[in-house]
Design a binder for this molecule. Structure first.
Ligand code: ADP
Ligand code: ZN
Ligand code: ZN
Length: 735
């Protein structure tokens, strides 16, 4: 058998395999570089692939091999360090190599196209008009003129969008009046200048201590936890260190949760550091993301702020990584390549011998554990930076108090007081829609989704029921489908119902709602946040979206309407999440000189977790909760792995997982505990049934050393082709 030299290629397919190809007919394998893209025929499709290795001998007979059709790149798209990181990630998370590599590439490159630097259309102020009088009552036009006059070189559409969402029609008016003109030039990397109050601040003593400790160690790997209460000035510490890093001609990566990336934050960073901030997040277009990728690789981006995918950017001289709100779940990818960007960032920092800072007011238990094990170093900011203190949290016992539509009288009175003083109020309720479901008063029928094990949410305006899991919608029945009774009742409260109720109670007050329903349109969230900052609304009602990093200086009262369900969940992490949520939401109050207050409505005022958290704080709570994790041998004291299977038939998933279980048990590994197959918490979702195996081990090695073989064996089982399955290492949610 003739076995020629071949190239090993990763393809964007969910297969645990590298594919062998022959060099193109006129080339030999030496002329190919690892990390470059090629075009190949795969089955009857043309695919883009990445060369990941070379082999002197093929494992297949030559007549089974195809030639590479085309080489796309002269230079590798990943340098060797990044490629090594991605190989490590594929192995650690046990994900198909092709999926991992292609997740890390911008989609323009995935499609086989190329990225070239763009020429920008810039908007520039046309001089010679007395704008002030002419603009009259056109606030958005006025904002644009102010921004452009601070930036005489002109600004691109993207840059303007960052500061003035929804600016286009106002700009058209200005262009028509020839107050503004368009010019065309190659894009420049200069910061946008804004009139702002982000002056240089003198660090306070705690900030200075943290800064001093870090600034002498910028040349080596170290992972720091910056554990600072909300508003303690963590961002100031990041910025000071970023400045030092830039001064050494190194790049800085700042990672933030998905919706923590606000115009205020960008403005603050650009103004303070005098550097252009480049962005990487899912709200950008493919070509915008490609541009950020390119300028990072060509060394023109000094600061990148991004969400989880930014961890894969091709930095050439990265000097510092900062992860703000490190506890946030959005650093975990939930589809396709299941990775944790925070943990990959720590690996990358170690690999590049640079520092990484994890900042939060509510450290994840994993990070807390790493501090306890002395793997990470903790720095503390215990006080708020401005002249304000952490608000008091008061429990409102909902069992005894009279209330209407989920709002206690105590809360309504407290709101009245704040409204009288012209303050802002934030109400938190993690349930969108009008009511969580409807109920028949005669026979207790409840509106459930026919495709999921879930209730359907009631939307009053459109008079529909909607499933938040599969997005199915249907009209609200006029009579109970079970007993034909007409007495159907809206059960419980969603944000829309609270909003309506508040409009009745406080008819002359401006109220806004922030949830996924009200911010669906592009820029809607930013626009609302800006309006809140400008004081347009006195009452803000919202979901989880409000708990992240936003700074609302005039909010003096936070009302938390109902979080009790977090105390009943079967996920062992539910209490950790609830505590983080309560602290983060409470942290929105009293961020300025005005003292803030938090009212927490609950039917469980004696719950030990709530009481420990409220009387002793998050650190004490997490110590207590960690003890329980240890006793129960749960993460972070053990390592966890999940294998999930989905199919339209429950027996299939159960049988498949039984197979998987026997594969894992065959090696008789001592410290492996396998639970399942068990049905998922929501067993049926969009018509598919889901079951899972949950595996714990004391030693990570027990899983890591065997996972590759297990995966191989699993892919060879006949049932593996009949169910959809995946493996998740270090899962953060059991659902
Ligand atoms: P965190 O990131 O911890 O939530 P920030 O860095 O956003 O906190 O700071 C909270 C507020 O305190 C901001 O308005 C910031 O301008 C202000 N601040 C931070 N550090 C100082 C300081 N050293 N002196 C005065 N004000 C400060
Ligand atoms: Zn009924
Ligand atoms: Zn559904």
């Amino acid at each position: 058998m003739n076995s020629p030299a071949v190239l090993l290629i990763a393809l964007p397919v969910p297969l645990y395999k590298r594919f062998e190809y022959l060099p193109a007919r006129n080339l030999d394998s030496k002329s190919y570089k690892i990390g470059t893209r090629v075009r190949v025929i795969f089955g009857n499709r043309k695919l883009i692939g990445l060369i990941v290795d070379k082999a002197a001998k093929s494992s297949l007979p030559v007549n089974k091999l195809k030639h590479i059709t085309e080489v796309l790149d002269d230079q590798p798209v990943f340098d060797s360090a990044l490629l090594k990181l991605l190989f490590w990630a594929a192995d650690y998370y046990q994900q198909p190599i092709g999926e991992v590599l292609f997740t890390a590439l911008p989609s323009v490159l995935r499609k086989g196209k190329f990225i070239t630097p763009t020429t920008n259309t810039l908007y520039q102020l046309a001089t010679g008009n007395n704008l002030d009088t002419e603009l009259g009552r056109a606030p958005k036009q006025r904002l644009i003129v102010e921004l452009l006059s601070a930036n005489p070189r002109g600004l691109s559409a993207d840059e303007i969008t960052k500061y003035i969402p929804g600016w286009r029609s106002a700009m058209n008016a200005l262009l028509n009046k020839i107050f503004v003109k368009k010019i065309y030039q190659e894009s420049v990397a200069e910061p946008v200048l804004v009139e702002s109050n982000f002056k240089n601040l003198k660090l306070n003593s705690e900030q200075q201590q943290a800064y001093d400790k870090l600034s002498t160690k910028l040349n080596d790997y170290n992972c720091y936890l910056l554990d600072g209460v909300t508003g303690s000035g963590k961002t100031e510490v990041y910025l000071s260190l970023a400045k030092d890093t830039l001064a050494k001609n190194k790049q800085v990566l700042i990672m933030v949760p998905e919706i923590g990336l606000t115009p205020q934050l960008l403005q603050r960073i650009e103004t303070r550091l005098g550097e252009k901030v480049h962005l990487m997040h899912s709200g950008l277009s493919d070509s915008q993301r490609a541009q950020t990728w390119l300028i990072t690789k060509t060394n023109k981006a000094n600061i990148v702020v991004g969400t989880r995918s930014a961890v894969f950017l091709p930095f050439t001289k990265l000097g510092l990584i900062i992860i703000d709100e490190e506890h946030d779940l959005s650093f975990k990818q939930h589809e396709g390549f299941l990775y944790n960007a925070r943990d990959i960032a720590v690996y990358r920092a170690k690999q590049l011998k640079i520092p990484i800072i994890l900042g939060t007011a509510t450290p994840s238990f994993e990070t807390q554990h790493n501090v306890n094990k002395k793997r990470y170093q903790k720095l503390i900011l215990s006080k708020r930076a401005k002249d304000s203190s952490i608000p008091d949290v008061k429990l409102v016992d909902m069992r005894s108090k009279s209330s209407s539509d989920g709002l206690s009288n105590e809360l309504i009175q407290a709101m009245q007081t704040e409204l009288d003083n012209n303050n802002q109020i934030l109400l938190f309720l993690n349930r969108r829609g009008y009511a969580p479901t409807i109920l028949c008063q005669e026979c207790a029928w409840i509106a459930e989704c026919s495709r999921c094990d879930a209730r359907m949410t009631f939307y009053k305006k459109r008079n529909i029921l909607k499933c938040h899991h599969c997005l199915k919608e249907e009209k609200v029945p006029e009579r109970c489908p079970a007993c034909k009774s007409e007495s159907l009742l809206w059960l419980g409260e969603g944000t829309q119902r609270i909003e309506n109720k508040l409009k009745e109670i406080f008819p002359n007050t401006s109220i806004t709602r922030i949830d996924r329903d009200s911010t669906r349109k592009k820029d809607a969230l930013e626009e609302k946040l800006n309006e809140i900052h400008d004081g347009k609304y006195q009452i803000i009602i919202g979901t989880q979206m409000l708990s992240k990093g936003h700074d609302f200086p005039n909010v003096t009262l936070v009302g938390i309407l109902n979080v009790d369900h977090g105390l009943f969940s079967t996920d062992f992490r539910a209490t950790e999440r609830l505590a983080q949520l309560l602290v983060q939401v409470s942290g929105r109050a009293g961020r300025s000189a005005k003292k803030g207050k938090v009212l927490l409505q609950t039917f469980l005022p004696e719950h030990p977790l709530l009481n420990c958290l409220l009387s002793q704080g998050y650190a004490a709570f997490s110590n207590e909760a960690l003890k329980i994790r240890k006793e129960c041998a749960l993460p972070p004291y053990t390592f966890m792995l999940m294998v999930r299977a989905r199919a339209n038939n429950i027996t299939l998933t159960q049988n498949f997982l039984q197979d998987v279980k026997s594969i894992m048990q065959k090696d008789n590994i001592q410290d492996l505990t396998i639970y399942g197959p068990i049905p998922a918490m929501m067993e049926r979702k969009a018509g598919m049934y889901q079951s899972q195996l949950i595996i714990f081990t004391q030693r990570r090695k027990s899983i890591q050393q065997n996972l590759g073989n297990w995966t191989q064996a699993i892919t060879e089982r006949p049932l593996a082709r009949r169910v959809r399955w995946d493996i998740e290492v270090d899962p953060l949610e059991i659902n």
